[in-house]
Design a protein around this ligand. Structure first.
Ligand code: HEC
Ligand code: HEC
Length: 277
């Protein structure tokens, strides 16, 4: 290749790369309305986005991996926590603090009810944007996620290889615990003392005996497995004490599992959780 050919080659390949780059950019923009569900951008979503900017939520939180890594990522928070939890949290974050557990606190934002409704609509819209798997891993800033996500299969189920089969309800339950939508692991750890948005389910079997025996229990369960099933399908039937878990008699646990899980799946979950003595 002489000097002139080298020059043409350099110019030609630069042009080609530029064309590919422009083509892909145009292609991305063409897909934006579909990926972002543009038709679902209601006035409430727009209002919520403005509140989000005005209060500089991004100075502490991330959306789609963008923002500050000081506080939890909120990309999927609407699905993970549900509207009742978000409404109560945004009204007064301090109610959700546990001095032992939290060293990072969210300051009171003094939001009006309309601002909060807008933020919830905005975060709900964000959670449904098809971001093609980005960010690739959940962004964890609390450190609790590691224990929550890696819930062990209890020893009882793993002792003999004969017990470990695809038909073992305990094994199947462990799978549902991780894969239900929203995942139980988003709110429950199985490590004693590691309470997240929901109480740790370590020791649930022992705790339930006390709950069922106490005069305060108003649900209709009579034993451990029916209690767990009731907790999943009718979360407000019995409330675990604590302002961070419920408001006005309504549990912050989603009440959608009765509809979204089959009775078999709920039974598998009960079998799995009953092994946590
Ligand atoms: C000064 C930093 C800061 C600002 C600004 C801030 N937050 Fe937070 N936020 C936090 C911290 C820290 C936590 C975690 C507290 C905890 O662990 O309980 C949090 C938690 C949350 C949660 C609960 C997350 C969960 O996993 O339960 C939501 C929802 C939330 N913030 C929304 C917002 C919104 C909306 C705004 C803007 C209006 C905002 N935050 C502004 C620091 C901040
Ligand atoms: C958005 C957060 C959230 C998700 C997701 C969630 N829970 Fe809960 N869960 C809670 C909260 C908050 C409580 C405590 C309030 C109450 O009693 O309902 C709770 C309570 C429970 C209890 C009763 C605990 C006790 O000590 O009495 C069980 C059992 C339970 N959840 C199981 C599950 C299972 C199984 C799943 C998945 C199918 C799940 N949860 C998903 C938030 C959640």
């Amino acid at each position: 290749m002489n000097k002139r050919q080298a020059r043409y080659f350099a110019i030609g390949s630069t042009l080609l790369a530029t064309l590919i780059f422009l083509g892909l950019t145009v292609d991305s923009h063409r897909q934006f309305p579909k990926l972002t569900n543009a038709q679902n951008i209601t006035p409430a979503v727009t209002l919520g986005k403005n509140v989000w900017h005005k209060n500089n939520c991004i100075n502490c939180h991330t959306l789609f991996g963008e923002g500050a890594y000081y506080a939890p990522d909120l990309t999927k928070i609407a699905q993970q926590r549900g509207a009742p939890y978000l409404r109560a949290f945004l009204k007064d974050p301090s109610k959700f603090y546990d001095e032992q557990r939290h060293r990072r606190l969210m300051p009171q934002q003094n939001l009006s009810d309309a601002d909060i409704d807008g933020l919830i609509a905005f975060l709900d819209w964000v959670s449904k944007v098809d971001n093609q798997g980005w960010p690739p891993r959940p962004i964890m800033v609390t450190g609790l996620g590691a224990t929550a996500g890696n819930a062990p299969v209890p020893a009882a189920a793993a002792t003999s290889t004969a017990a470990v089969s695809d038909k073992d309800p305990v094994i199947l339950g462990e799978r549902v615990f991780r894969t239900a939508a929203p995942a139980c692991t988003a709110c429950h750890s199985l490590t004693a003392g590691a309470d997240m948005a929901g109480p740790s389910l370590a020791g649930i079997a022992t705790r339930t005996q006390q709950t069922l025996a106490s005069p305060g229990y108003k649900g209709s369960a009579t034993d451990l497995e029916t209690f767990i099933r009731e907790s999943i399908t009718r979360p407000s039937a019995h409330l675990v004490a604590g302002a961070m878990y419920s408001a006005n008699g309504v549990s912050f646990m989603p009440n959608t599992y009765e509809k979204d899980l089959t009775p078999e799946q709920v039974g598998h979950l009960a079998a799995y959780l009953a092994t946590f003595k």
